[in-house]
Design a protein around this ligand. Structure first.
Ligand SMILES: NC(=O)C1=CN([C@@H]2O[C@H](COP(=O)(O)OP(=O)(O)OC[C@H]3O[C@@H](n4cnc5c(N)ncnc54)[C@H](OP(=O)(O)O)[C@@H]3O)[C@@H](O)[C@H]2O)C=CC1
Ligand SMILES: O=C(CO)COP(=O)(O)O
Ligand SMILES: [Zn+2]
Length: 349
């Protein structure tokens, strides 16, 4: 048994950031808010949120975080307690959202998710990837009470971040295959509804792939991507774990982070992990590789700043990242020889 807690309100649309205070006040009674953001363009969006809250007499503070580590979470929790904030608002990419989400969970305050880029599916999920809490995998955190996704803001994010969101979602094809495999081989609980919802998000990326390959990605495609990222987060909430969203492709991405110290965006690494995972599952990996390549997503390890030696190492340790989650990598994973062979067979160099 697990409880499914979903956000109370989703606001998805153009220019919704300016009205954020109205949305926040519609779901939480608050007079003090702590905004967690990054340090680049994200901080500019955070100041728009700050101004909106000030105009409706909500005192606000902004904390900029550099990484999604427990050190940053502790720093944010200290400020939450010091200023007695009633709500924690994350404004930024996956890093800022995750730090805000986990801090709100520790401080037992409501969490509001305001993504500035469609680069990951943690936007609405109740899990956070905090780098040194559970090694490199996610942990249970708060479900946002409110998600405000301004598609105009997100469409202005760097193309690289947008395409990374496509990569994170393409990963659901192998994640669900792995889940089914674990169900058949290990009797693990398999939630057909959560799995179908997760797959739906990946299928929409394929359906709209031509639009994502256009020089200027149309707003319509960004909106579909944002909705798909939200719905993948909901699939995780329904399943009560990240199982529908994270399988062997994520283990490979996490292993790359361990070996090469976070060399690229999460969704970019998942895209490459998906090519390998789909090959192992006997699926049409060539089609997915071409699709990612056409979008401008990395399909070679040099494009994610990973050397051949590092990739071999990552492949040989991927199965150890989360031993309790059975995947196509099995219990022994890749041998060095097999890793070398797959890198050549899939032309990853
Ligand atoms: N909780 C969950 O369920 C999930 C969590 N994740 C986690 O999310 C993280 C990945 O998120 P991702 O967004 O790729 O990485 P980051 O949050 O690190 O963002 C990457 C970069 O993009 C910048 N950025 C964000 N929005 C904009 C914008 N609108 N314009 C210009 N620059 C922008 C960020 O700026 P700045 O430096 O200012 O922050 C940062 O420099 C990983 O840590 C991953 O583990 C991924 C999937 C699911
Ligand atoms: O990135 C995620 C889903 O896209 C979360 O996955 P993990 O639970 O493997 O960290
Ligand atoms: Zn992911």
């Amino acid at each position: 048994m697990h409880e499914i807690t979903l956000p109370k309100r989703f606001v998805v649309g153009g220019n919704v950031l300016e009205k954020v205070s109205e949305y926040v006040l519609s779901v939480v009674q608050c007079s003090k808010a702590l905004i967690v953001t990054g340090s680049s363009e994200t901080a500019r969006y955070a100041s728009i949120v700050y101004d909106g809250l000030r105009d409706t007499h909500v005192d606000s503070w902004i904390v900029s975080v550099k990484s999604s580590t427990i050190g940053e979470v502790n720093r944010v929790v200290e400020v939450v307690n010091e200023v007695e904030a009633d709500v924690v608002i994350g404004v930024g990419g996956g890093k800022a959202i995750d730090v805000a989400k986990y801090s709100s969970y520790i401080a037992a305050k409501p969490f509001v998710s305001i993504p500035t880029a469609p680069s990951h599916d943690g936007i609405a999920s109740p899990f956070a990837s905090i780098k040194d809490v559970n090694r490199v995998t996610s942990v249970k955190a708060s479900t946002p009470v409110l998600v405000v996704a301004d598609v105009n803001v997100m469409a202005k994010a760097p193309r690289r971040n947008i395409v990374a969101g496509c990569g994170d979602l393409i990963g659901k094809f192998s994640a669900v295959l792995d889940w089914r495999l674990a169900h058949k081989l290990r009797g693990e609980y398999y939630g057909d509804y959560a799995a179908s919802l997760s797959l739906l998000s990946a299928k929409h990326i394929v359906k709209y792939s031509k639009m994502f390959s256009a020089r200027q990605i149309p707003l319509e495609a960004v909106r579909v991507l944002v909705e798909a990222l939200i719905s993948s987060g909901i699939a995780m909430a329904i399943a009560g774990s990240t199982r529908p969203a994270s399988g062997s492709e994520h283990l490979i991405a996490h292993a790359i982070d361990v070996v090469a110290n976070f060399p690229a965006l999460h969704g970019e690494e998942v895209g490459i992990g998906s090519i390998i995972a789909l090959y192992l599952h006997g699926k049409n990996w060539r089609r997915i590789k071409k699709m990612l390549s056409d979008m401008g997503a990395p399909t070679k390890i040099s494009q994610i700043n990973v050397s051949r030696e590092q990739m071999v190492k990552a492949l040989t340790i991927a199965h150890t990242i989360r031993p309790e989650r059975y995947t196509i990598l099995g219990e022994k994973g890749f041998s060095e020889e097999a890793a070398e062979k797959i890198i050549d067979a899939l032309e990853l160099v």
